[in-house]
Design a protein around this ligand. Sequence first.
Ligand SMILES: *Cc1c(COP(=O)(O)O)cnc(C)c1O
Length: 360
Amino acid sequence: MSRVYNFSAGPAVLPEEVLKEAADEMLDYQGTGMSVMEMSHRSKAYDDIIKTAEKDLRELMNIPDNYKVLFLQGGASQQFAMIPMNLMKNKVADYIVTGQWAKKAWQEASKYGKANKIASSEDKTFSYIPDCSDLPISEDADYVYICENNTIYGTKFKELPNTKGKTLVADISSCFLSEPIDVTKYGIIYGGVQKNVGPAGVVIVIIREDLITEDVLPGTPTMLKYKTHADADSLYNTPPAYGIYICGKVFKWLKKIGGLETMKKLNEEKAKILYDFLDSSKLFKGTVEPKDRSLMNVPFVTGSDELDAKFVAEAAKAGFVNLKGHRTVGGMRASIYNAMPKAGVEKLVEFMKKFEEENQ
Ligand SMILES: *Cc1c(COP(=O)(O)O)cnc(C)c1O
């Protein structure tokens, strides 16, 4: 067996320990004589799995009792519709557009009401986070929407926008559990887990209870009402059972290493190694405003498409895979999520130094 250093933006690297545990339990989960994949989601064994996962997540993120945790399907993209369908009582929402995912969410919301783009960084290819301290928040906005970490462009909100009292909704798909956050500042936090938490197929929604109502847009399908899933503790229908089980293991892994404070320190250390190199390199350079740099997704370029392609190819041969940038930006992107070991980043930088020397 040989494992690569996988810098994919998602689905992405998971802790090896978690994968090994899952392998050990594949045929016989804790004496049940079956795999979690084969198990009824109404069984006692599965009830323990999903309840423990929720409890551990609540502990890790310090989620207050007046928030529900929902394990849903449909990916982060389904939330682009579910949020307006459930929250647009006045049919008005304000969107801060800092990348493709925020833009898609804004476009989707426009189908259901007036979705105002109140700020954007598209003028500079989304390479920065706009000043959000005094935006023209709409009087009757049902919520203000952000994508907190922009996976494709490698920017992150270091400070939340001033929503002037309106409910904040945040897509945290690519910074989920990468550092502590204050849940009370948000109405809804959600993320597809395949970036930093688990296998594709699960989206976790953390939602303040007062936002869960029957008062949704007419025609909202049962499956797209938060209330349906909240009332049934995420077991209205068959949940993405195996995926939730793996997420639960990742939560345990995070608790074991010391929780989100420790994870943040480790992530800062890893990102610093890469950013420091980019700042000193004669060949490679980072593409975003330094103050807005993400700890998770690090895009960089050489300035030559040809050299970029050569770098990606040679890196892959050396065991550093999925470094090609998003098709809309080009260049390279190293996603260095929670489960990427520090050694992976150190070795990548060594490789980049060598490549730089050979290609001057
Ligand atoms: C990947 C990603 C999405 C889309 O996720 P899907 O689960 O594929 O729908 C949305 N938002 C962000 C920030 C992402 O990184």
